[in-house]
Design a protein around this ligand. Sequence first.
Ligand code: NAP
Length: 517
Amino acid sequence: MRLQSYLAGRWQSGTGAGRPLVNATTGVEIARADATGLDIRGALDHAREKGGAALRAMTFAQRGALLKAVADALQARRDEYGAIARENSGNTAADASVDIDGGIFTLKTYARLGQLLGDTTRILEPGQEQLARDPVFFARHVWATRPGVSVQINAFNFPSWGMWEKVAQATLAGVPSLAKPAVATALLSEAMVRDVVAARVVPDGVLSLVCGSGEGLVEALGPMDSVAFTGSSATAMVLRIQVAGMAAAPRLTVEADSVNATILGPDVKPGQAVFDLALREAVKALSVKAGQLCTNIRRILVPAEIEQEFTGALAAMVSVLRVGDPADESTRVGPLINVAQREEALRNIDRLSAETKVVAQAVLPDVAESSGFVAPTLLRCAEPASGSAVHELEVFGPCATVLAYRDLTEAIVLATKAEGSLALSLFSEDAGVQARAVAELGPWHGRLMLVDGEVGKAHTGHAIVMPQCVHGGPGRAGGGEELGGLRGLRFHMQRSAVQGGPRMLATIAEHAAEQAL
Ligand code: NAP
């Protein structure tokens, strides 16, 4: 099977040999993807001219209805997508749900936001500034859709959610999307786009797909275009340098890797609900999607006085995690997506061995040599204050490290040693501890999840990105920001200060939704 790209309103094949996609459990090749020789510049023109014009002619409410129709088309084929995710990504049913249902939920969330903005096409910030002594000259800030194309480059671990969360924001803003999933798991992205195209719910040029290399994509962009990138810091660096050298200066936002932490507050004691809640979350970090989540907990910061009990309890839970065929309902942990990812994860666990010791490992069943399986591995770092790799290296698999701390000040210092992360969770009953974490760790994180007994199990999870909340983090995490409900539209729109008289400004307000972004 050869994956195709959907460009300029038609399915097209590359002319090269392509790169293989494999069955994660067996390592057997299942498809190839290649975009060699495809007319990317022509596809971008088509998206800008046809898709952009079609979207800008629609109101926010109409774009919301379009997103709802996309979500419905995908919902109808949900079970088939689960089978693809199992084969190509090694997902268990629960893993696949994070990616597939997460994508559909995000589309539906943005569909609802479209209804909220109603039959308007631009956004007006609340309030106005008087600029002259007499009340005849004012300024209002207006957000208008950029007439460009949104190029969306995604990582291999979210072939559904990664694509649809970006498409949802761009579409609602009125900008056409050209999605480029990672080749290794593009089977699901291609199947989903095929179904959406076949359902005829999206106007020509609004949605394009490249199944193959992303080379040549960024250099073809103009001043109204943008790149939303999710992936490794190494690729992010290449793209940053490329964009920095372009006179057209397309916008670039980066979601990169991150060595996220969870903290058990200094007040937590065994037997408390928050102790068990933290344990539960830590086990998820070593099992859900085989640890291949950018927001996953990589470091578990525990007060020194309860470290033994916590680590002992967690080790017991990790060692019985059932690893195996994702098709088997009793399996908790499937394989990584391929051998290359397995080797990379094992190499990074090995690199951590200078600073950590293995505390527990799940049993790896007999698996194919060419499969992606990695045994869930719990590590302990005895000297977290002097460690460096443990704070900087992301093992993109089922692995996390316990680090003991003396007091909250040290816990805060250790958390910031990752130099900027996507998400931090704190398990504590102490409002003072929570307030300090928000003040001192907020600047280092895109999202903070505070769990106490009142929240209990009702929380959505450390690793789960909710479309209502911003996603992205400073520093190592890339410095980008996506989602956050309507905040996600900012990247695709231009804010202009519009200066003029009261009559003119009143006319502009008639066609705009008044809304703070
Ligand atoms: P990657 O190797 O950096 O690849 C990411 C994407 O960039 C792929 O689609 C890749 O295409 C493409 N790409 C590579 N070089 C390019 C170039 N020169 N021009 C244009 N596109 C290019 O990352 P990955 O291995 O897929 O993903 C794993 C990483 O992503 C992890 O570190 C994880 O933490 C991070 N991640 C972050 C988030 C977040 O939201 N912050 C979410 C998920 C994952 P090919 O497949 O064709 O090489």
